[in-house]
Every structure is written in structure tokens, then in C-alpha cells.
Design a protein. Sequence first.
Length: 752
Amino acid sequence: MALLRHLRRSLVLITSASALLMGLPGQGVAGADRPVPVAASPARLTPAHSTLIATDTHDWNNYAPDQSKVLTVGDYQYAIFYSDDLRLTLSRRRLGTDDVQLVRFPHRLSAPQDTHHNAVLGVSEADGRLHLSYDHHGHPLRYMRSVQGLLTSPPATIGPAHFESPGPLVGAGPLEERVTYPRFVQHPGGDLYLVYRVGSSGDGDTYLHRYDDVAGAWSRTGQLLSSNGTYPPWNNSTSRNAYLFDVSFDDTGRLHLTWTWREVASTFASNHDVHYAYSDDNGLTWRNNTGAQIANLPAGDPLELSDPAVVVEVPINSNLMNQGVMTLDSARQPHLITYVSTVVPVTPSTSNLHYVHFWRTADGAWHRQFIDDTSVKLPPINTLTHAEPFRRGDALVDDSGDLHFYSIVSGALYGYVAGAASGWSDWTVYRVGDAPVGLLDQGPKFDRTRWKEQGIVSMVVSRPQPDGTTDLYAEEFHLRPASTPAVPRLKVRPASRGVELLIDGAEGAESFVVERKSGDGPFVTLATGYSQGTMRRRYLDDGATAGVKHLYRVHAVNAAGHGPAAVAGGTLGDGWTDYTVDLDLRITTWSAGVAFRVNEVAADFDQGSFYWWAIQPARNGGELHRLIFERGAIRRLPVLPLPDFVAVNRHHHLTIRAIGDRITTLIDGIEVDSVTDGTHARGSVGFRHGRVDGDRTLYDNVLITEPGGAVLFEERFAEPTQFACGQLNLGALLVGPGGRCSLPVRSFTPAS
């Protein structure tokens, strides 16, 4: 624990220095380098119960601005999501029995690759209605509600007949035409509010609405945030939009609002500053941090750039992530968590993103501190949304005043906790669960009602399955003291240098002890405290020697002690020789290109040594190009015609068998080529796309097997991949123009 306290004090000093670089201190922001009192270790999120909600759901179903994705009324918990066939779906789970009913609505998700199209729920208590809003990114408002009394007198079976037809909120018009990010907000007295943006990123206004549960009708309170104003630091930008952290009532009925401005849609480098305002009259008028009124919605005076609402100065080019999370502590003070670069101004090579905590104390002062170890730069995960490994999560404050945050990082769920006694400065990072979670999910948001009434943290979580599909689970967590961490799941595989240990599982782990045994020698410690204060899953052993059997032993460690060890290992070899490559592909533009027997890799991929087969359906009626690369020299084999059934935007299965000097190629089970060539006898597999013709292909279900059928490598692209090119795209790898990469050249034979 002394080491941990020293680490945290070091982090505080790093935070203070980084904040000065970022311009964070600003007016009213207290420094983060105050003394840290020693306190008992706070409780941790501990998995308690898991219920399958639905199989074969869409690849993503949680997004940062959801706010109310899942909620409990009486004996039932409701959640909203999209199925694998893109249908809007509502689940109702009976607490206690876990019986789940699904309501499938006719509506289908309009843009499957756009994670902005969130779906949310709201409750109007007096008339017992459930409210739904879904599938927007600058689209006409999509809203529907249940029949009266559905929640207060729930039927034994729920179905589409219990919901009214979709319709406008207040009435047709421009303020319901270009909607994004709906959020239902519950007043402690039961009233329901709805907030959404009209317009676009970089040029949008936010509106507030209130539901009258006696009349059963919505009214528009007014424009809450305006895009107006001129911002000189970003080329005198004259429009922007507010990205909300959250909109929340406290138990007195005060409405708290926090946000950051974005100047242009194209980059979150144009995000700047943290803003705060509150309302004591249900959103009619708003006051800033010092209590001065700065907005009056009925009078047509919204919050805007010129209003004095900045509480933490964060300059442009900080890569401050919008739509982080906000929670309130027992003193009704807001706590915000998002991520931002420690290096400002950022460039692609210098950006160093880490989670940061901003919070207000009762004296009106604002504070800031980084949460995870800023000296560790996590590897990117290029997905269809963001390349950074971080995802925005959710946060809560427990009865002891301790602050809990959780998020998905690199496909794993992590928890972060800071004690109230330390002034929320003694952050501990730990593994929450054992199973992988969806790479594209932001959040997931927890059920506020279940937490408030029963002290259970309940959320819906996407879980990728071995067959490449995604299932949705209701996951429940208790807050418990740290217990001995679980045994890790350990996988050893070749890397570009040495071997890489992929450390998963290990529920409750704060750090790891890594040991290696080479040949008949003893186990030698390679690292202690590995991943402490951060979220690393991969350990690189660049000292592993080819031809020598190495065994690795990994223990998880936390405040309660050491957990049982996982042991795995094998022998690093010179590369695969005879094998078969099977994969699915869909060419969207011009060509697919597969490299195999890649035995030399250069900084310029084409200076390496490998075979390259290019499938080009749109070229001269369809052609198969076969090229042999050898240290920059290129030899072209005769071009072959493709069968008529091979086409752009059609799903195909490709098989390449490289056995000895015989190379056989099949498409959809039909042999299209068999050639004898002995230039390359061994090597790995990869992709190579041309830069000129716009080559773009989706690859999936990569399987590499030995002649006897033993699996050498398998990849379904639901988790972080070893292929360094392209982006993970709804369970596939999308490789675009110029994309070139391969698996590590060396092979690895697991120990028996």
C-alpha cells in the first residue's frame, strides 16, 4: 500500500504539471497537489448476477449520451436495444425470476455503422407510461410511448399492442426535424423531461421539454443552449454545439448541467472548456457557478458562448472528449469524468489520452486530477468510431461518499475508485469482470432506480461470442471490499519482437506479477506491479529466444493479496510452413489483397518477402493477380480470369492452400488456380491493398490451419486484433487503400 500511495502522489504531481501545460487551472480551479490523507480501501464493483437478455444483437447497443438506457419500475427492469436484424427491441426482465420478454417493433436501425443513433427510455410515473426515443443523427424525431398504466399495472405479457403509434413530441416543425442525442431526465418528484439537440455537431442548439402527465402531452420549455457567438481561438468560429456531460436533478429538485463546446464537426480537437450551470425552477432560468443568472428560457435567452459559465479552462487542441459522465455526491456537488491529452497542443504522434476527473466542492471551487497513470500510453484500437482504446463509461457515489467510475478499455471492463476521505485523489484501477465486452459500446449506463432503491449497479452489456455474434446481458454488481483476485486467462503468442502475453480475466486485479521459466531453468521474475494504475492487457517479452521452450506464470494482485497463478507458454519458431488460409471477404471497392508466407517484413511493406494474391472483380471482367515479392523485387505470374460469380459487394469465401511448393486457390469452394512455386517456404499471413484504385474490403472469420487440421490462428474481429492495418467494423476488419500489414513472422508452438 505504501507503493500505491507513492504512485498516486506521483500521479498528482504529473497531473498538476500537465494541467499547467493544458491551461486547466483557470479561474476557480483548485490545484490537484494537495496532501492525500490515508484512508481505508474503498469497496469495488463486484460481479453478482448475470442474465441473458437476447442473443444475436447488434454489434453496439450503448452510447455515451444514453443516460437512461435501462430502468426499473416495480418488479420489472426495462432496456432498449437493436437486434442483429436491426429491429428496435424492448426487453422486460422480471426481477427475482429473470424471466425476459422481448417486444420487437417494426422500426429498423437506419444507420448500422453510426453509433450516434442511441435509444433511450423515460418514465412518467403518474400515468404509468414508458417513453421511447431512438435512432437519430440529424433525423426527424422518433418518439413513441406506451399505453397509460403499462408500468403501474403491468400485464402478464407485453407486446407491440401496448404501445401507441410513433408521433411528434410537440408538433411538426423545424425543431423536430434534425434531432440527435435524446435524453430523458427524471425529476425526484416524478416529472419527466426530454433534452435533445437540433442541428449538427459544430452547429447545433439544444432544447428542453417537459411532460404533463395529467394532460398526457409534452410542451417545449425553450432553447436551452445556443450555437451563437464568435470564438477567436478557432479561426473566429461563429457557430458551435454544446456536448453535455449529463443533465441531472439532485434530491432537492435542483437541475445540474455540464457541457463542453465544440466548434466544428470534423475534430474533437475543437472541443474546449468545461461549463456548469444549475436551475432551481425546473430549467426555466439558469445560474452559473457563482449564482448569477445567465439564462432565461421563457424570455428566449438560452445559455451561449458569451455567458460566464466556464469552470475549468481546457484549450482547443487538447482532445478533450465530449459527452463524458457526471454524477452528484452527497453534498449535491457534480463530478465529471472524461478523457483528455496530457500534451497540448496535440499532434497525432504526441496525443496522450487519459481519464480525468473534474469536480466541484461546496465552496464553489473546481478541481481536476488524472485518474490513470499518465506515463503509460495505451495502444490504439482502430474501430469505426474512435481509434483510442478508451470508452466513455459511467459513474456513481456510494453511501460512504467514495466515487466509482467504470469503462470499457480495449474490450475489457475496468473499475476505478477514489475514497472521499482522500478528497477523491487516491484512485485505484482494477479489473471488474472476466468476459470480454463490446469494443464499440460506450458506457454502459447503469439503472439509476435499481441503484437508488437497492444499492445494485445494474447495466446491459454487449458480450462478443466465439462465433462472432454479440449477445446482450443484464449484468449486476455489488460494492464489496477487495477480495483475492481471480486467476488470469493467459494467452501467449508471437510478437514482432519476442512474444506477447495477453492477460485477460483476473477479476479484481490491480496489477500482475509476470515470471518466465526458460528451458529447465527456474522461474525468473520479469515484472512486478505490471499494469498498476493503468489498463494494460498485453505484456511484451522481447527477451524470448527462438527455439527455447518458455513457460510464463502470471499472478493477479490487489489490496487483498495475490491470486492463483495462470501458466502458459511454448516455443518461438521460425514461422509457419505448410498451411491453409480460410477467410470471408466482401469487396466494396475494386480489390481484395491477401499476403501469405510473409517471411520478411520491412518498414516499407513492399520491401519484404511474400506472396500476394489480388482479387479484382471489376477489372476486365474479373481478374486474379498473383505477385511474388522478394526484398523489393516483384515477379508477376500470368493474370487469371475470375469466375462470373465473383463480384463487388458480394460475400465470398477465400481459401489459399500453401502446401510445399504447391499453392491452390479456391473462391466459394471452386478452384480458380493451382500453381507450383518454391520462392517462399514459410511465413505468416496479412493484407496488402493498393493505394491508387481505392481498394476497400471487409475481411472476417480468418482461420489458418495445419494440413492435419490443427488451428494455428483464428480471428473473428470482435476483440482487439493483431492485424495492425484497417479498422474493426461491426465484427469484421475493413482494410482501405494502402492498408498493409501481417501477423508476426515467427510462429509459436504452445507447450503441451
